[in-house]
Ligand binder design. Structure first.
Ligand SMILES: Nc1nc2c(c(=O)[nH]1)N[C@H]1C(S)=C(S)[C@@H](COP(=O)(O)O)O[C@H]1N2
Ligand SMILES: [Mo]
Length: 337
């Protein structure tokens, strides 16, 4: 197992990124809030425990990530990896809140061991998979993909995983299987966004996503169990999530517990929330703008600092057109956005 570290030098102190500015502002707000809280509760005995670090309350600590065994790859020509520190601190995972740092801050206690993934519906051999067993038994490989969020920012992430298509074949899809439906864990005790509509951004949980069968079977489509050579941190969708590199990031459903092969196009969370803004297909397309912003360019979150915020053109199918454009031959991509 070998992973090339392209970003040995972190940005210097003088060249902070917008994310750093954002994080520092958040930290400042949190500290201010803490100050107020402390002042208000200074009569409370627990304060001294807190200050001396002796509190019974376990501090949220990053969950352990395990190294994975996988076939590694080189960074494709022309791509630069997003630093791991950014890919794991700037996230969308509304089950843990809608701010970019909420997933990192609120997901560390997520119980991911054991984890069962159920495959059902239009398959001859439905089954339940122990995901940690899968990580040890499957031939995992690294895929370095561009990742483009519909919000017009992008990253380049080294995923570790297995092709969804080869995984699905184990369950022998029937000829009636035309779509694949995915579902995230539903556990309001662990996921504050599922307990409170405001925290969870108004989504009806569990988060659900879907692919057409040919999209699911495409060799670029990955079931990912790791990033940067190690198991996924909770904020990135531990222990198993979907990666479809030519589609907007919201198709990449996290912390999956159920995969169902179905005959009809399944509902998808963002489409249910705002159908005119988020379609089922969600193929990255510089020519089809989001109703509220342009999709012609994107902000690349790379190793650079504040003064070299990289805006780059959005690529059709996120740069994977040679591989996937044929899936959408004769389809009006404005209608099927
Ligand atoms: N269950 C679930 N999956 C999710 C989301 C979510 O809120 N809940 N957000 C999506 C969005 S909008 C994006 S851009 C990607 C972000 O993945 P990352 O945080 O690993 O970069 O996850 C997607 N998968
Ligand atoms: Mo996104």
């Amino acid at each position: 197992m070998l992973i090339k570290k392209r970003f040995a030098s972190e940005p210097s102190e003088a060249r902070v990124t917008p994310e750093d500015v954002y994080l520092n502002r958040r930290r400042f707000l949190q500290i201010s809030a803490l100050g107020t809280g402390l002042a208000a509760s200074s009569a409370h005995a627990g304060l001294f425990d807190f200050l001396s670090g002796d509190s019974d309350e376990p501090a949220a600590k990053p969950s352990e990530r395990k190294p994975l065994d996988f076939r590694s790859t080189q960074t494709p020509e022309g791509l630069t990896l997003t630093p791991e520190s950014k890919a794991t601190s700037y996230n969308n995972f509304y089950e843990f809140g809608t701010d970019k740092t909420d997933p990192m801050n609120n997901s560390q206690q997520l119980d991911i061991e054991p984890w069962t993934l159920s495959v059902e519906g239009e398959v001859e051999k439905p089954g339940k998979v122990d995901v940690w067993e899968l990580m040890n038994s499957a031939q995992l490989e690294e895929r370095i993909y561009r990742m483009r969020c519909v919000e017009a920012w992008s990253m380049v992430i080294p995923w570790v995983g297995l092709e969804l298509g080869s995984f699905l074949k184990r369950f022998a899809p029937t000829s009636r299987a035309r779509y694949v439906a995915f579902e995230t864990l539903y556990d309001p005790d662990q996921m504050p966004g599922q307990r409170n509509r405001f925290v969870g951004g108004g989504i009806d949980y569990p988060y659900v996503e879907g692919l057409r069968m040919d999209e699911a079977m495409h060799p670029l489509t990955l079931l990912s169990v790791g990033i940067y050579g190690k198991t996924l941190p909770p904020q990135n969708g531990a222990p198993i999530r979907l990666v479809v590199p030519w589609k907007y990031g919201f198709k990449g459903i996290k912390s999956i517990v159920r995969i169902r092969l179905v005959e009809e196009m399944p509902p998808t969370s963002w489409n249910r929330l705002a159908a005119q803004e988020y379609g089922f297909y969600a193929n990255v397309n510089p020519e089809v703008d989001h109703p509220r912003w342009s999709q012609a360019s994107e902000r690349f979150i790379g190793p650079g600092g504040f003064f070299d915020v990289t805006r780059q053109p959005t690529l059709p199918f996120n740069g994977y057109g040679d591989e996937v454009a044929s899936l959408y031959r004769n389809m009006d991509l404005r209608k099927y956005y």
